[in-house]
Design a protein. Sequence first.
Length: 560
Amino acid sequence: MKRFNYFLTISFLLIQFNLIAQVENVQLNHPVYTFLKEMNVKGLIDYIYEDDPVLSRFEVIKLLNTIKLNDNSLSNTEKKLLHKFIEELSDEIKIENSTQLFNPKENFLSDLSDVFSQKVKYLYAYKQEGANIFLEGLGHFYHGQRFSPTPTNNANLYDIGFRMRGTVFDKLGYNLTVIKGGASGNDKIAETIEPKLLSNFKWVENIENIGNYGFNYGYLKFYTEPMKDMNLSVQLGREDITFGYGYGSKLVLSGENPTLDFVKFNFNYGAVHFTSLHASTVGNFSYDITQRYTKYLALNRLKLSFKNLFDFGIGETMVYSERGIELGYLSPLAFYKFIEMDLQDRDNGSLWMDFQTRFLKRLQFQATFYLDENILSNLQDLERYTNKTAYQLNAYWYEAFSIPDLSVIAEYTRIRPFVYTHRNPKNTYTAFGTSLGHRIGPNADEIMVRANYNVSDRIRLTGEFRFSRKGNNVYDENGNLIKNVGGDIFLSHPDIVENKTAKFLDGERVNTSHLILGFRIEPIREFYFDIFFNYISLENLTKSITENFSYGLIKFTLEY
C-alpha cells in the first residue's frame, strides 16, 4: 500500500509539472537557492546547476519535491523552509494560502486585510491552462549608518517597483521588472550599502536635484524537452546572472557587475550540460557622449556531471568592443581563441576549468583554474608578466560539527598581476567601470570564512571574515605612474617591455580585514529585514598607514 501511495504521489507531481509548469525564472537573490545548495551538500538532491544558478520556477519546484520525498532526513527548520518555499513558488492560487490585493472575482481591495498575513501575496494573479500572469509589488528601504571614522554619516535609499511575470503556451516564460528609487544623505555611504549604484547611469550622471537610480529587467525564455533526459532553453533579455563557482565572489562572472543584456542557450542531456551566452554591456562612464561605447561578452561552457562522483567543466570567454556583434562569437560550437586569431587577435579571451565533488555528503569541494589570454607556453615561468592566471579553492560543510542547520564555508582566491586586463583599455574584463570577475581584481589574494545558521524558518544568522592582500601600482605625489605592477584592472602591461617579470603582490602593499555580522528575519511572509554590522581595517604596509571603517545597515524588502 505504501508503494502504491508513493507511486500516486509521483504521478500527481509529474502531471502538475506538465500542466502548470512556470518557465519564468526565480530571481537570483531568492533565498531558495541557498536552501537548495544546503540540501545538495546534504545529499538530498543530486544536481542544482550551481555554476549557472538561475532556474525556472518549475525546475525549483521539482527539486523541492525531490527533497520532500526525503523529509524524514530534514530538521524541523528544514521542513518548515521546504513547506514555505513550495507554497511561494508553486503559484497555486488558493484562498487558504494566497491573497490578491486586486481580486476581480470579488470586490477590488477585498483582500487588503491579508497584507500582514502569512499568505503568499500578489497584487494580481490570473491562471488558466496554457497561460498565466502574476503581478507583484516590490519595495526597498535602506538605512546605512557609518560609526567610524568620525564624524559619522548616514544615507537612506528608498525605491518602489513591480514585477510582471508568467508563462504562455506552457513553454514561453516572461518577466518585466521595473524599480525606481531615490537617496538622501551621504553618497559614499549609499554606494557602500548598495554597490550597484556605482554602475547605475542616473546615479553616476548625477545631474538632477536628488540622487536617484533605477533598475529594470525583462526577458523571454523558451523551454522544451524534445526527448527523455534532454532539455534546452533559449532566453533573450536582461536579468541579473552569475556564472562559475565561488561563494564570496567568482572568477568568471561574479554577479556584482551591472545587469547584462544577453541571449543565452542551455542544453542538458544526461551527464552533458552546455551553456552559450552572448551579452552586451558598456564601457566606463564619460560625460562626453562621444566617448561612450558598447562592449560584448561571449561565453561557452561544457560540463560533464557524474552522479555521486564529481562535475568537471571547461569554458571560455571573449570580450570585444568597437564594432557590432561578431558573428564568429555567436556560434555555440566554436573555440573562441582560434576564431580570435582569424579575426587578427584584437580581443580579450580567457579559458577556465573547474571541478566540484559529489561523493561526500555534508562536505563539498570546488576548484577553479582561470587562464587569461594564451599563456600555456609560459606556465613554467610563474613570474612572467604574460602568466595571467588565477585560481580559487572552496569548501562547503553543512551540518558542521554535527549541528543541524549550520553551514561553514571556506574559500581562498589568488589572482596574478594583469589578470582581466587587456592592451586595449576598452576590452578589459569590466562593465561600466566594475569588474566582471572577482571583486579583489588582479595582483591580489583573499581568504574568506563564513558561517550561517538557520535559527528558524524565519531567522538566519550570518558571520563572515575576509582577509585580502593586494599589490597596487605605485604613483608619485602628483599622481604620475612610477611602477606598473599589474594591480589595476584598467591598466595593462605595455607591449614593449624592459622587465618581463611580474612578481605577485609587488608594488604598494595593502592588507584588508573585513568582518560582517548580521541576520535576516521575515516576521511576515515576504516582509524581510536584513540587519548587518561591518568592520573594515585597511593597512598600507608600504606607507605604514592604518585606516579603520565601520558601518551598520538596516534593509527592508517588500515583495507583495
